[in-house]
Design a protein around this ligand. Structure first.
Ligand code: G3P
Length: 217
């Protein structure tokens, strides 16, 4: 499973990138607003730092305006992936942009039917939002599982990008189901390293090392 980092925080991206844990980056208007920076400027900086795809989202809602914004974003760098909402206008813009050779991430997907339409429209990535489905007491992972099965039934090349990931458990579940990519906030990726038995085991080893006076350098 590829790891994308879901943030516009350059320092956080750099730290994970240096560890080899960033296969791409996803942003959205809320994350850009949180960064407090200009979308074009911060997106360009992210594209220079990361080799993989960097999703940048349009804010227009009608196809022609989405196309204008998408083409403008695509000029930032060759690794830009234009993010479009899963609306009818978004699907129309997806078809045009992918036919032009631009990578497209169709976002705000909440159902297998929506994902099927995005694949038909040629989306490079489909982003089902796990956490927001869980928030309304549905099971976000069921949607990922259904999309995996549908895409595999017909050999669709659209990649499943599990999004709205809120926990390390979401990462594990997405990987077990076979999501192609998971995009997670930096903190969630860090939390994947944590285990109470690791902490307890290390404490015991260090206590024994101190008692025995073990020194290595
Ligand atoms: O990748 C989509 C993500 O940014 C949305 O996450 O936690 O706001 O539902 P969240």
């Amino acid at each position: 499973m590829k790891f994308f980092v879901d943030t516009a925080d350059i320092d956080a991206i750099r730290e994970l990138h240096d560890l080899g844990m960033v296969d791409g980056v996803t942003t959205n208007p809320s994350l850009i607003a949180k960064s407090g920076r200009d979308i074009l400027e911060v997106t360009k900086e992210i594209c220079e730092l990361v080799d993989g795809p960097v999703s940048a989202e349009v804010v227009a809602t009608e196809t022609d305006a989405m196309l204008a914004e998408g083409r403008h974003l695509a000029k930032i760098a060759p690794n830009i992936c234009v993010k479009l909402p899963l609306t009818w206008d978004g699907l129309r813009a997806c078809k045009v942009l992918t036919d032009e050779g631009t990578k497209v991430n169709v976002t705000l997907c909440f159902s297998p039917n929506q994902a099927l339409l995005a694949a038909k429209a040629g989306a490079t990535y489909i982003s089902p939002f796990i956490g927001r489905l869980d928030d309304i007491v549905l099971d976000g992972m069921d949607v990922i599982r259904d999309i995996r099965e549908i895409y595999d039934n017909y050999g669709f090349e659209t990649q499943i990008l599990a999004a709205s990931i809120r926990s390390a458990n979401h990462m594990k579940e997405a990987a077990l189901i076979g999501a192609d990519v998971a995009t997670a906030p930096p903190d969630v990726i860090r939390k994947m390293a944590a285990h109470p038995l690791t902490d307890a085991g290390l404490k015991a080893f260090l206590a024994d090392a101190e008692k025995a006076g073990i020194k290595i350098v």
